[in-house]
Design a protein around this ligand. Structure first.
Ligand code: 173
Length: 320
């Protein structure tokens, strides 16, 4: 009888631990209640609703609580349990994370074709993290400028960047300066930069529309912002708690493509109404601009990750 009793009591202890409410500390790399934090805030609300009594996310907030470029290290070290961030913000810990911007296939396909698995292995190894869900997809980046340009030649222009745009803007001859989103307004106001990289959405969130004359079309790549969980924090959870996170993650990732399709259309109209003019490259010029964007982007990834980079490219790029 004895071994059976030990077995049962061990089971009871495990159940009691899993049944206790666990609190996870969360940070976002974007200002609270703006375009790129809102999907995450919806994710949190669903978790806290569904997880009542077993799991709660304590939302610490955005860049006021933690500088965006420090989020990766904080997640890796377990200072926070959950993060909402773009890969560009933690290339110091995981250079490959910036490759998400180059995906030309939907996440549903990448989760089947090996692309997600290849990335997940790097998240585990370099960031000590689980990649839970991509909440921003199908949302192109653009170049915004305050001096008119007539061709894709950025010689003489000083542009605000993150790693997302560095290789591309430099390949076009631009001079680049990296800043967190929170410093873009002041950089524009003081004329420290002549323009910046940013997706189609969100330029109204921090008032940049007041300091923006032109948007350059076409857009390139697709923005990525995702929910990441510290691996140790994840492994401490019981199955029911993990399922609460999985369910909210799946919903968020499934919603992203359609949500941003709608969002993109709205933002184009809103920018036009605010007097932001469009500089549009067309035909072969547009094709060459986009080809250069992807060429420079992949070259940058492969330069930093010579063995994994080419594999990611196979999984991520459009089927030819
Ligand atoms: O421009 C940025 O700060 C950046 O890299 C980014 C990435 C995803 C969404 C929005 C901005």
């Amino acid at each position: 009888m004895k071994p059976i009793l030990v077995g049962i009591s061990a089971l009871l202890v495990a159940n009691a631990a899993a049944a206790q409410e666990v609190t996870l500390k969360a940070v976002t790399a974007f200002t609270e209640n703006t375009t790129y934090s809102r999907p995450f805030e919806r994710f949190i609300n669903r978790v806290n609703e569904d997880g009542k009594g077993i799991l709660r996310i304590n939302y610490i907030g955005g860049p006021k609580a933690m500088p965006p470029f420090e989020v990766g290290n904080a997640l890796k070290g377990g200072v926070i349990d959950i993060a909402n961030a773009a890969g560009a913000f933690y290339t110091n810990v995981m250079p490959e994370a910036d490759a998400w911007k180059l995906t030309q296939r939907p996440m549903a396909e990448l989760r089947q074709n090996g692309g997600y698995d290849a990335m997940a292995a790097i998240y585990a190894q370099k960031l000590n993290a689980i990649f839970l869900a991509r909440l921003v997809d199908n949302n192109p980046f653009h170049l915004y400028v305050n001096k008119p340009i007539v061709s894709p030649d950025l010689t003489g222009l000083k542009l605000r960047i993150t790693p997302v745009y560095r290789d591309f803007f430099q390949a076009l001859g631009g001079t680049v300066v990296q800043t967190a989103p929170g410093e873009v307004y002041t950089a524009l106001e003081r004329g420290v930069v002549d323009g910046y990289g940013w997706p189609i959405s969100g330029i109204f969130d921090l008032g940049w529309n007041e300091k923006t004359k032109y948007r350059v079309d076409p857009g390139f790549y697709t923005a990525e912002v995702s929910v990441l969980v510290n691996k140790n924090s994840w492994e401490r959870l019981g199955e029911a708690q993990k399922n609460v996170l999985r369910k909210s993650a799946e919903r968020g990732e499934a919603e992203a493509v359609a949500e941003f399709a709608e969002e993109n259309e709205k933002e184009i109209k809103r920018q036009a109404a605010a007097g932001i003019q469009t500089i549009r490259f067309e035909g072969p010029t547009a094709a060459a601009y986009l080809a250069k964007a992807y060429q420079a982007g992949w070259d940058g990834i492969i330069r930093q990750s010579a063995t994994t980079g080419p594999k990611l490219k196979e999984f991520f790029q459009k089927a030819r």
